[in-house]
Write a new protein. Structure first.
Length: 472
């Protein structure tokens, strides 16, 4: 964000934070460029997609468990249409075996140990168990093999194929469909050759339906239907996976970029119904807060760079949550300074009182920080702050390739000038008299009596100002 005037930063001579330099050869910047140039996904995006696929495998396991339980209940409750003297009942054995395999698969899914070979093996087991059960029907009912070709149980094939779609990987759908089609061709061929060869084959549809005969066209229709459904699902999954990858990549990028924006601004950008354009602005009544580390420039010449940056990081990590807790949006980090707005990004009727409450808590936080520094034998930093309120314009500036959200108005410049003036008054925090009065009207209750200084000349401002001392 920027201001309407090039206001001096709150620090002594530190100035605004410079843009980050290009990443080193091993840094994240170059890795991102490599990802863009080669089409490969960043590792963090792959991890998110993998987690989605792991969740899909758990869902597949629960669906399979539901299928086997429902099928078992139906088999148990339904009257048996085969002879009680039948020597072999395959369904209970198949369901029992498949139940154990499904439970094992579910455990492995929750342990995230389902590698691609195991997933392909599970497909083979699923289809093999189902087709094996269908094949055994002619033994259970003491009929020729052609008998099982009319079993409606074949419809379960489509359930097992569609379950693979939950993973968003077409190869597993294709594998399931190809194995099902191949398996059906094999058991259809077995029905022909084990049932008497040419004598088992008929071209009469009525005979096919009423006798234990094989209609080649009917079996080819089943195979073609399986392959067609597989192809349609594979195409749909391929397209869906592209959307999934794009959505995950964009969400990850949005999360990363949101760290460079105030959360409220990030939400406005992502939730905007129309694309945000330069030149669009909205009028707000808001409070502007500036904070600064006193004597930071002198300290920067006395300590190592790593130590200096550690101090800045701790300063920002302590103050930023306090500002946000009171509804403030951090506009920018200005070296050793912080500029925040209240009521600019999201309009509010308590912008002034929110800002002054934030300053009170900032002073409390810095007191605690000073105590910790004293206990560690480190220099005790002194933090300054200033608040001004007024009419501002909130909007976007820039061009088509790069936009920046900004606040423009006298209050922006006033806050920066006022923070510098607090050093002249040898106090830690000040605000304009008008901001203080607005805060009182909005419900602010000062923890202690405040000193009011009238007609103060502030460098860079043409007219004297009445100011209020928030923290001595």
């Amino acid at each position: 964000m920027s201001t309407d005037q090039q206001a001096d930063p709150p620090g002594d001579t530190s100035g605004p934070t410079a843009p980050a330099p290009a990443a080193s050869a091993d840094g994240p910047g170059l890795r991102s460029q490599r990802h863009r140039s080669t089409g490969k996904l960043p590792h963090r995006v792959i991890e998110v997609i993998q987690e989605q696929q792991n969740a899909a495998e758990r869902l597949v396991g629960w669906f399979q468990l539901a299928v086997v339980v429902i099928f078992g209940l139906l088999y148990t409750a339904a009257p048996k249409t085969f002879s009680s003297e039948t020597p072999f009942e395959p369904v209970p054995w198949v369901l029992g075996t498949y139940l154990l395999l499904t439970l094992l698969r579910l455990v492995l899914a929750y342990r995230k140990t389902l590698s691609p070979p195991l997933l392909f093996l599970s497909i083979i087991i699923d289809m093999g168990v189902l087709l094996g059960m269908i094949w055994a029907f002619h033994l259970q009912y003491r009929q020729p093999p052609a008998f099982y070709l009319k079993a409606p149980t074949l419809l379960y094939v489509f359930i097992f194929i569609s379950l693979r779609a939950l993973r968003f990987e077409a190869r597993y759908v294709i594998a399931a469909g190809l194995f099902a089609a191949t398996g059906w061709i094999l058991i259809a061929a077995y029905a022909v050759f084990a049932g008497g060869g040419q004598e088992t084959i008929t071209r009469d549809y009525v005979i096919y339906l009423t006798a234990n005969k094989v209609l080649i066209g009917a079996e080819l229709d089943k195979v073609l239907t399986i392959l067609t459904v597989t192809a349609i699902l594979a195409v749909a999954i391929t397209r869906a996976r592209r959307l999934l990858v794009r959505a995950v990549a964009q969400r990850t990028a949005a999360q990363d970029l949101s760290r460079f924006f105030a959360p409220e601004i990030a939400r406005q950008i992502t939730a905007a119904e129309e694309q945000i354009r330069a030149g669009q602005g909205q009028v707000r009544h808001a409070a502007i807060l500036n904070t600064d580390i006193r004597s930071f420039t002198r300290m920067a010449t006395m300590i190592a760079p790593d130590e200096l940056m550690a101090v800045l990081a701790e300063y920002q990590s302590r103050l930023a949550p306090v500002i946000r807790r009171h509804g403030g949006a951090i506009d920018k980090f200005l070296g050793d300074g912080i500029m925040a707005t209240f009521g600019a990004v999201v309009p509010t009727d308590t912008y002034a009182s929110d800002a002054l409450r934030a300053v009170d808590d900032i002073m409390t936080e810095t007191n605690a920080w000073q105590s910790e520094c004293r206990a560690r034998g480190q220099p005790q930093l002194r933090i300054g702050a200033a608040v001004a309120t007024g009419r501002i314009i909130f909007g976007a500036v820039g061009d088509k390739t790069r936009l920046e959200v900004t606040v423009i108005g006298d209050a922006v410049n006033m806050s920066a000038k006022l923070e510098k003036h607090s050093k002249v008054e040898n106090v830690r925090a000040v605000c304009t008299k008008s901001a203080y009065d607005e805060a009182l009207v909005q419900g602010y209750k000062p923890p202690t009596d405040r000193r009011i200084l009238t007609a103060r000349l502030i460098e860079g401002l043409p007219d004297p100002q009445d100011i209020v001392i928030i923290a001595e």
